[in-house]
Design a protein around this ligand. Structure first.
Ligand code: KIV
Ligand code: ZN
Length: 405
């Protein structure tokens, strides 16, 4: 008998059943934290338009504003609560009676309402901002959550600056808030200080140590001061979060919040890795990004992931050649999936013959090898003088070649 074992003789691993993807709630705070971006204020009709677009896109929770902040914000939250259906409408309140009552006054007309109560818990905030002891903080958190829970059964509690709060104290506050009636516990990285590894550990620690954690949904809310808001949000989800708080185009306080479009497309494009889903219709990402940019006056940087003008633009000859042969060589998602009409093969000094021939063909010119070489030589001379070559330039170059000028 042969000593070798054929492949078919080898024991095979039991096929593991594919677990279905976990649904992640998308909580959009463009109209609250996003509006706190310097210069991003929106008027009532603008807020209503953005809220409707967010709801149409499939956002689970819309944080519509901070009702106590101003009469205008109150009215915006009230009208959004009255008119927008399909998403839960949320209003922010500090942990005091006046704020919570005012938030409910604005939200009570909603078909699905949430009061979001927050109170800082880190030592820095306790000592310098609130001047309160840990016992006083716990007492205030319990009272605030209870007051909100008396109005509605959907209450979110945020220990502000949670990512710089001592583990033991954070566990204590979270447990008390859940006992008092909080159904979502948000763990904000208020100052964008945490790293992905730390965020993962903190969320896992809460899941492991808070005895009633299964009675609430854990939420992540990351700021982008060190450019890690999206990575931190994904780490939080790996650590047990079921809700991600984010904003369109990543606008928000200082360097902004985690960008909704990046989170949604990370989850969608890397479903093989994360095994998560959201209810967001990704084709609406670009239109909503443009609406928010137009409304706030904050333009989207050209190389912004997902929604920036260059996100699906290719200029180098090698990349363009690959793209023309097979899109997946240089594209991990399609522009159509996020709401762009098409990939942009930008013609510039790095472009090659293949992209030039392709563009000439789209413009109605089929060039033989010799003609193409001659147009290409002129194209390179022109490209050294201009940042971008437009269709009109190509037409002129081809016509010069045809007329022999
Ligand atoms: O960043 C933050 O801590 C906040 C809270 C109000 C949740 O925006
Ligand atoms: Zn925030």
């Amino acid at each position: 008998m042969s000593e070798t074992t054929s492949v078919s003789d080898q024991p095979t691993a039991e096929p593991t059943p594919e677990s279905s993807p976990r649904h992640i709630r998308i909580f959009d705070t463009t109209l609250r934290d996003g509006e706190q971006s310097p210069g991003a204020s929106m008027n009532l009709s603008e807020k209503l338009e953005v809220a409707a677009a967010l709801s149409d896109m499939g956002v689970d929770v819309i944080e519509a504003g901070f009702p106590i902040a101003s009469p205008g914000d109150f009215e915006a939250v009230r009208q959004i609560a009255q008119t927008v259906r399909g998403s839960t409408i949320c209003g922010l309140a500090r942990c005091n009676e006046k704020d919570i009552d005012r938030a409910w006054e604005a939200l009570k007309v909603a078909s699905s309402a949430r009061i979001h109560v927050f109170l800082a818990t880190s030592a820095i905030h306790r000592q310098f901002k609130l001047r309160m002891t840990t016992d006083e903080i716990v007492e205030r958190a319990i009272a605030g959550v209870k007051r909100a829970a008396a109005y509605c059964d959907d209450v979110e509690f945020s220990p502000e600056d949670a990512c710089r709060t001592e583990h033991d104290f954070l566990c204590r506050v979270v447990e008390a808030a859940i006992d008092a009636g909080a159904t979502t516990i948000n763990v904000p990285d208020t100052v964008g200080y945490a790293t992905p590894g730390e965020v993962f550990d903190r969320f896992k620690m809460l899941c492991d140590r808070v005895p009633n954690m299964d009675k609430a949904v854990l939420s992540t809310h990351c700021h982008n001061d060190l450019g890690m808001a999206v990575a931190n949000s994904m780490a939080a989800v790996a650590g047990g979060a079921g809700q991600i708080e984010c904003t369109i185009n990543g606008i928000g306080e200082r360097a902004g919040n985690a960008a909704l479009e990046e989170i949604v497309m990370a989850i969608k494009t890397r479903q093989d890795y994360f095994n998560l889903t959201t209810g967001i219709d990704s084709k609406r990402l670009v239109p909503v990004s443009r609406l928010v940019s137009k409304t706030t006056g904050i333009s989207v940087q050209r190389n912004k992931a997902i929604v920036g003008r260059n996100a699906f633009a290719h200029e180098s000859g090698i990349h363009q050649d690959g793209m023309l042969k097979e899109r997946s060589t240089y594209e991990i998602m399609s522009p159509e999936e996020v709401g762009f009409s098409k990939t942009d093969l930008v013609l510039g000094k790095h472009s090659g013959r293949a992209a030039l021939a392709d563009r000439a063909k789209q413009l109605g010119f089929t060039l033989n090898g010799e003609q193409l070489q001659s147009v290409f030589d002129r194209f390179k001379v022109l490209a050294d003088k201009k940042k971008e070559i437009y269709d009109g330039d190509i037409v002129a170059l081809v016509q010069q070649q045809i007329s022999g000028t």
